[in-house]
Write a protein that binds this ligand. Structure first.
Ligand code: HEM
Length: 502
């Protein structure tokens, strides 16, 4: 007798089993959530949900369009998962204030949570619940790196890094500069000095952190990619897209390799540190290298791209709005006598501050904040938000809401002179740094660095757009992964201000 079941029989029989199981889990999952009173939203396709309607390009714009049809709180399906998007100041206040406790989990990929449980509490964004470990670490960030007092004590470092940037641009006077790349180096070295007391990379791209710009960008892009394992939890830990491997390789090997020697030198030579930087503090607190690595990776990923892309938008808006640029220049020239703007001078530049706020209004670096997760089921605006739903707040849409802002699409910094609106997380119509427990802890540092940079660029240079492009014609198209970039990098020519030219 020959074999009754050939290999082909076995394959034909076995393959549909997991598929049937998969479909059964998805359908039973849908049935149970159909009983809930979820916020309204576009009709989901079977199995894939609303994935195709959302698309991959500029989801903040798609969600804003959906909100116009379905209201300020909508629900969608991403595969098996429920996604909630809030798009009005009331929805933001309900999510980030009233229900902050239940809705301030982070949506950490199941792959990272399950395959690398030791990463929990190793940095803030990879910590899915605001537990004691998260609180401990966030407190260290606040008190040892990002508090007003610590920032004050290191103002001279930021000023010297901005001065180096001005010197570099002076050496490139009249040349075509991609502003964001230059600003990335400045932001990188400001953070490098605050954390490790070193420059990571110079303006020619050399140094221990050479290539870090691409690595950080690659990491952000990979982390932003939707994961099948997250969309379809029935897949368990199958990393079908190789996501986990790539993320771990970048964090542990590529980024880790940049600072491993500097950290080791610190461990070997504890005596020579006269003034302590952030890594000195972490070592003193007993952090191992494996613990320092995700902290550094988070600070650099969260703090450098956001800062440099905001400066790029800021310069683009000022160039496009020449009257506003002239007004900022008049303010700077009136109040600054020396050849550098110090951080202590910034209080005398209220119009520049208003321009910064207006830039953040139109171009928030995180238009959907960083995805959150419901750690408990709760009720928002009369609808059920089930546990484990992913939560987004569309601050981009709120910042352009006609019912809140007069002429919302126009760059009008004056609106911030007339109002007391701040980005400290208490005005739910204006949240470029988020709000609640998960609000950006780097907001004070970012605003100091950005204002100091722009003020010094204004003081030292006249700005031009290359190739005789009319500044009014600068392309302001956006492109988003987690952060919102200017799609076409901004090119600028800097010429020394007459006051400094000899
Ligand atoms: C223009 C610059 C920046 C912008 C627009 C920005 C914006 C944001 C936003 C929107 C969030 C999410 C808040 C929420 O979910 O409510 C966030 C989180 C975060 N930001 Fe920033 N940020 C900037 C600069 C920085 C800097 C300079 C650092 C540190 C050096 C930093 C560190 C962080 C960290 C660690 C988190 C995660 C907090 C947590 O999950 O508990 N950011 N940022």
């Amino acid at each position: 007798m020959g074999t009754i079941f050939t290999m082909q029989h076995i394959i034909t029989f076995l393959i549909p089993l997991p598929l049937l199981f998969f479909l059964f889990r998805i359908i039973s999952n849908r049935r149970s959530s159909n009983k809930l009173k979820l916020p309204p939203g576009p009709y989901p396709w079977p199995i894939i949900g609303n994935i195709l309607q959302i698309g991959i390009k500029n989801p903040h714009i798609t969600f804003a369009e959906m909100a116009k049809v379905h209201g300020p709180l909508i629900s969608l399906r991403i595969g098996q998962r429920i996604l909630i998007v809030g798009s009005s100041s009331i929805a933001a206040s309900e999510i980030l204030k009233t229900h902050d406790h239940a809705l301030s989990g982070r949506d950490v990929s199941i792959l990272l949570r399950n395959k690398e449980p030791t990463f929990h509490n190793m940095n803030l964004v990879f910590t899915s619940e605001c537990d004691d470990g998260w609180r401990y670490l966030r407190n260290i960030y606040k008190t040892e790196l990002l508090s007003g007092v610590v920032l004050e004590s290191r103002a001279n470092i930021r000023e010297s890094k901005v001065l180096e940037m001005v010197k570099y641009l002076t050496s490139k006077e009249g040349e075509d500069i991609i502003i964001k790349d230059v600003m990335f180096v400045t932001a990188m070295n400001i953070l490098g000095n605050a954390t490790l007391s070193i420059d990571l990379v110079d303006y020619e791209g050399n140094g221990v952190g050479a290539g870090i710009m691409d690595t950080v960008r690659r990491l952000v892009m990979i982390v932003a990619k939707p994961q099948l394992a997250d969309m379809f939890p029935v897949l368990g830990e199958w990393d079908l897209q190789g996501w986990y491997k790539q993320v771990m390789h970048i964090i542990e090997h590529e980024l880790g390799a940049i600072w491993v020697d500097s950290i080791q030198r610190k461990r070997d030579d504890r005596s020579s540190s006269s003034s302590k930087d952030f890594v000195d503090v972490l070592i003193e607190k007993g952090f191992t290298n494996r613990q320092i690595n995700p902290v550094m990776e988070e600070l650099f990923a969260a703090g450098t791209e956001t800062t440099s892309l905001t400066i790029e938008w800021f310069v683009a808006e000022l160039l496009k709005n020449q009257q506003v640029l002239k007004k900022t220049r008049d303010e700077v020239m009136k109040h600054i006598n020396g050849d550098i703007v110090h951080e202590s001078d910034l209080v005398r530049l209220p119009y520049l501050d208003a321009c910064f706020k207006e830039t953040l209004r139109l171009h928030p670096a995180g238009p959907l904040l960083i995805p959150r997760k419901a750690t408990q089921t709760c009720e928002v605006m009369g609808y059920t938000i089930p546990k484990d739903s992913q939560i987004l707040v569309n601050v981009w849409a709120i910042n352009r809401d006609l019912s809140m802002w007069d002429d919302p699409l126009t760059f009008k910094p004056g609106r911030f002179i007339e109002s007391n609106l701040s980005y400290k997380g208490n005005d739910f119509g204006y949240l470029p740094f988020g709000s609640g427990r998960r609000m950006c802890p780097g907001e004070t540092m970012a605003s100091k660095v950005i204002l100091l940079t722009i003020a010094n660029l204004i003081l030292n240079f006249d700005w031009f757009v290359p190739d005789n492009v009319n500044p009014m014609e600068i392309n302001m198209e956006e492109e988003m992964d987690i952060a919102m970039y200017k799609k076409e990098p901004l090119h600028v020519i800097f010429k020394l201000n007459k006051r400094f030219a000899n």
